[in-house]
Design a protein around this ligand. Structure first.
Ligand SMILES: C[S@@+](CC[C@H](N)C(=O)[O-])C[C@H]1O[C@@H](n2cnc3c(N)ncnc32)[C@H](O)[C@@H]1O
Length: 351
């Protein structure tokens, strides 16, 4: 019987929280303290002191380095092209006050809605901050509605901890869930559908090109032979473990690389990254600054090539000579920052 209907006049009834099987919630949706950080700051502190990211949060990477590179000034206009949890925006936005503003875009409609609510609750009003669901490949569309370019642009590629930790999104092999891996679950096809239509040759190529997987051939054949039985993250993990049983492979690394390759394919990540990098200099005002955070060699290679080419063509006046890595303290406090590579560029004022 529906208790809400029964108690229409007496207000909502108190619902007891379901008991956990052990002493601590294991499942993402049970971690109610971490999912309500404003109510339980001590719980958040405790999780972070162990080097973990609380459920439903994302720890922003290289924040101080990015502030130094982008050097936002009062009155400037900035773009956060990968809004995520909004942690970088939260640090950058106060620097453009007064009279400045920032736009934040993200392709993920689910997390974008939460971040919009979170940042509004922190006091970021419409006049200084707007968000939009948009793929960063489409940044020229933003410019059409503006009267100038951006003074600074940040892109922090890949996925957020909220996306990674939520088993319903299928990004992690550590928890059972649908093999989805779409950044925008309302668009395109999930990874489980993608593999149904791929030949072993295509899949092998994908594993090599997108994640340098040394056992690409063996894995592609095993996945193709079992594809009808692969609909969840656990199914894929089981097939990979079985296929590598008699090899000296580091199985967890191969699983991680396979998930990465599928994610890149499902979201066309290299195609949209190339489009973004091509459009980027033309969205910047003269002397505009850009900071780009990559998390694997395929991303960093593209960023490096685009910045080198821009410098050669005189579009950028200066670029980072080498990628910047998070400090050892940051890598220790936030192990998810370990693979980050930060590059920057300055738009020339003459082109
Ligand atoms: C690492 S997170 C960003 C975290 C953010 N900097 C923060 O401090 O909270 C990357 C975000 O980029 C988004 N993203 C990935 N590819 C995108 C694309 N092509 N266009 C727009 N957003 C994208 C993801 O959905 C994710 O929310």
């Amino acid at each position: 019987m529906n208790s809400d209907i029964n108690n229409e006049d007496s207000g909502p009834t108190h619902q007891r929280r379901a008991r956990y099987k052990g002493s601590y919630p294991n499942h993402f949706h049970e971690k109610y303290k971490e999912l309500n950080p404003e109510l339980y700051p001590d719980a958040i502190e405790k999780v972070m002191s162990k080097g973990n990211t609380p459920a439903g949060m994302h720890l922003s990477i290289c924040v101080n380095e990015i502030l130094a590179i982008l050097n936002p000034q009062p009155g400037e206009v900035g773009l956060d092209a990968t809004l995520g949890f909004g942690g970088h925006t939260q640090a950058l936005l106060p620097r453009v006050r007064p009279h400045g503003r920032m736009i934040g875009i993200d392709v993920d409609p689910i997390e974008l809605e939460r971040t919009e609510r979170r940042l509004r609750a922190l006091g970021f009003g419409e006049a200084e901050w707007q968000s939009q669901q948009l793929n960063f490949a489409g940044i020229p569309k933003l410019l059409q509605a503006m009267d100038s370019g951006f003074d600074f642009v940040l892109a922090d590629f890949g996925i957020s901890s909220m996306q990674l930790d939520n088993p319903e999104r299928g990004f992690t092999f550590k928890r059972p869930g649908p093999l989805d891996l779409r950044l925008n679950p309302h668009q395109g096809q999930p990874a489980s559908a993608l593999i149904q239509n791929l030949s072993a040759d295509k899949l092998e190529q994908m594993l090599r090109d997108y994640s340098d997987e040394p056992y690409a051939r063996i894995l592609a054949q095993a996945i193709c032979q079992n594809k009808q039985a692969i609909t969840t993250t656990s199914d894929l993990t089981r097939v990979i473990k079985g296929a590598l049983k008699h090899t000296p492979a580091d199985v967890n690394r191969s699983i991680r690389r396979s998930f990465q390759a599928l994610r890149i394919a499902v979201n066309d990540e290299f195609l949209v990254l190339d489009q973004f990098l091509r459009n980027l200099p033309f969205c910047l005002n003269p002397n505009g600054r850009v900071a780009l955070l990559s998390f694997h060699s395929g991303e960093d290679k593209r960023v490096k090539q685009a910045l080198d080419a821009g410098l050669k063509a005189g579009i950028y006046s200066e670029i980072s000579p080498e990628p910047i890595r998070p400090s050892s303290q940051e890598r220790y406090a936030n192990p998810r920052s370990k693979s980050a590579l930060l590059r920057w560029a300055i738009r020339s004022d003459s082109q």
